[in-house]
Ligand binder design. Structure first.
Ligand SMILES: Cc1cc2nc3c(=O)[nH]c(=O)nc-3n(C[C@H](O)[C@H](O)[C@H](O)COP(=O)(O)OP(=O)(O)OC[C@H]3O[C@@H](n4cnc5c(N)ncnc54)[C@H](O)[C@@H]3O)c2cc1C
Length: 402
């Protein structure tokens, strides 16, 4: 932040200038910033949280496609999960699906963000924690950091500031208006006899429009609910309490009094159409890059960040800001059509009775094949970024995180 502090009153401030200012050090911001710094650009990454290991907003389930394509640090990933158990309201006669492959691993997100930040810093990214983006006026970005207000000029502004992106608003880009809210409790558990399992409960009285879940990978339990905010009969917190009191998959596990709490909004309206302009662009949740059906956003945010970095690199090298128009959400959005339709279907299931009826389909071979495709299939966010190397595995950060 040196050189970008406010000038004393009465004097014109001389704002520092950077190539790219990235707002938000979630996975999208960290990955975009690191890729740009690797390509030789001057990048400042600002994050309002003082520590990246606190106030985490994700369960951290990484799917097989991500684990195959990105080098995540194995020491910060839980054991592989192959087993998914689906439950109707009342938890009666669940349906178990087992994959022949390792399908999911849960990231230990605090250390994972910290490792990604180290890789970003090693690549040359300047990271300002505890620093809030406060707005952009006349091409100058206003920040509020631990040492007070600061201003900076950036050739490009990247909004990696989550589902309710202020950068999107300031750049006049599209904003998420179709959101779920989710909350979960996380706690350590003793290693049990059961295989690592992802339990999903379809009950709109607990999770209206989405799922309640327990992920028990033998190291940690994640117990959560998500749904449309206005449809929780007694609110999100009460729904989580009710679910946690009788959650499946935790027999023999004592819930400690002190649990980590996570939560936040999840955009499920599909990738936004206008995600770039001559002054900048959006990545991750800010761009709506989340599967409308599964609400998974970690894989999309990594893949879209690669496209963003490639486009900004071209724009900076060519000195032509209009090059970012190739970063077009409307074109990419087409591949989400099927998932958007299924989201609409899921949103229509409004009562436990309707969920129980729909659940009957999961007892048929056809329904189970469809569920397998969603849970174990190879669907992921479209890979639109041109690859700059021949390695089949992309590294996240300088020299990779692994
Ligand atoms: C409860 C829950 C569980 C989830 N579980 C999964 C899962 O298991 N698997 C999966 O694939 N997806 C999951 N998702 C979705 C996934 O977590 C997100 O899609 C993904 O983390 C988005 O990353 P991001 O970097 O775009 O945003 P974020 O991780 O939200 O990062 C945005 C960052 O911007 C910062 N910020 C915001 N405003 C400002 C500002 N004004 N100034 C400075 N900094 C700012 C925030 O502090 C934050 O650190 C879950 C979401 C929720 C809410």
């Amino acid at each position: 932040m040196t050189g970008v502090r406010d000038a004393p009153a009465g004097r014109r401030p001389d704002p520092g200038t950077v190539d790219v200012l990235v707002v938000g050090a979630g996975l999208a911001g960290l990955h975009t910033a690191t890729l740009l710094a690797h390509r030789g650009h001057d990048v400042l990454l600002v994050e309002r949280r003082a520590r990246l290991t606190g106030a985490i907003r994700t369960t951290g389930i990484f799917v097989r496609k991500t684990l195959d394509d990105f080098a995540l640090p194995p020491q910060h990933l839980g054991p592989p999960i192959r087993r998914v158990v689906l439950y109707p309201p009342g938890l009666d006669r669940p349906v178990t699906l087992v994959s022949a492959r390792d399908e999911f691993r849960v990231g230990d997100m605090g250390p994972l963000y910290a490792t990604a930040a180290r890789a970003a810093a090693d690549a040359g990214v300047r990271i300002a924690l505890g620093t809030r983006y406060e707005g952009r006026r006349d091409g100058t970005v206003h920040l509020a950091g631990p040492e007070g207000p600061a201003r900076v000029r950036a050739r490009f502004l990247v909004g990696a500031d989550g589902a309710r992106s202020r950068v999107a608003r300031d750049l006049g880009l599209d904003r998420n208006d179709h959101l779920l809210v989710g909350a979960e409790e996380v706690f350590e558990i003793p290693c049990g006899e059961d295989p690592p399992t992802f339990h999903c409960v379809l009950d709109p009285s607990l999770a209206p429009g989405y799922l309640a879940w327990v992920v028990n990978d033998g190291r940690h339990a994640h117990v959560g609910v998500a749904g449309y905010a206005r449809r929780f009969p007694e609110g999100l917190r009460r729904a989580l309490e009710r679910f946690a009191a009788g959650a499946p998959g935790l027999s023999g596990v004592d819930r400690p009094d002190d649990v980590e709490r996570r939560g936040g909004p999840i955009p499920v309206g599909g990738l936004l159409r206008r995600i770039s302009c001559a002054d900048g662009l959006l990545v991750g949740d800010a761009a709506g890059a989340v599967s409308p059906l599964t609400a998974g956003g970690l894989d999309p945010c990594l893949r879209l960040s690669e496209l963003a970095a490639a486009v900004l690199d071209d724009a900076l090298r060519a000195g032509r800001p209009d090059a970012v128009r190739h970063y077009d959400g409307a074109a990419l959005r087409a591949s989400f059509r099927g998932r958007l339709l299924m989201r609409r279907g899921l949103a229509q299931v409004r009562t436990p009775a309707a969920a129980a009826t729909a659940f009957r389909l999961l007892r048929t071979p056809f329904g189970q094949a469809a569920a397998r495709r969603v849970l174990f299939g190879d669907l992921s966010f479209p890979d639109a970024a041109p690859r700059r190397d021949s390695s089949p595995v992309r590294r996240i950060g300088a020299g990779g995180l692994a």
